[in-house]
Design a protein around this ligand. Structure first.
Ligand SMILES: [Zn+2]
Length: 128
């Protein structure tokens, strides 16, 4: 985050413990937060408001950012897996529908796709 964003973060931190932000304090927080996104830091602050009564140092916020980012990544991975499972189910369903249609259209086998001798039909008789 940039300096302005760090001012926003420090104001947010100061809300918790009534500390008086100073230029030196801001410089310390800024140098500790250069690689952190403001949105992640605010999310981390929300998390810390729920889970901690500590007087916050930059390290606390950095650690909490790691927690919320990990949680988010895990959630995204999970929803990706759910989407994959749904896609597989959709494919299975359409494979099943295709198989049933071929059986229905085939003149060589029964409703279960079996020939008279019990073997599965390959439905090659279509069009004969
Ligand atoms: Zn058949």
């Amino acid at each position: 985050m940039n300096r302005d964003e760090c001012v926003t973060l420090l104001q947010r931190v100061a809300c918790r413990d009534k500390r008086q932000p100073s230029a030196a304090m801001l410089a310390t927080w800024c140098s500790a937060m250069t690689d952190i996104e403001l949105g992640d830091a605010i999310e981390a602050m929300n998390y810390l408001d729920r889970t901690s009564t500590e007087f916050l140092m930059p390290k606390h916020v950095r650690d909490a950012v790691q927690v919320v980012v990990d949680k988010r990544t895990r959630g995204q991975r999970l929803s990706g897996q759910v989407a994959t499972v749904r896609a597989i189910e959709t494919t299975k369903e359409s494979n099943r529908a295709r198989r049933l249609r071929r059986i229905r259209e085939c003149r060589g086998c029964d409703d279960h796709g079996r020939l008279l001798d019990g073997r599965f039909c390959s439905h090659d008789v279509e069009g004969l």
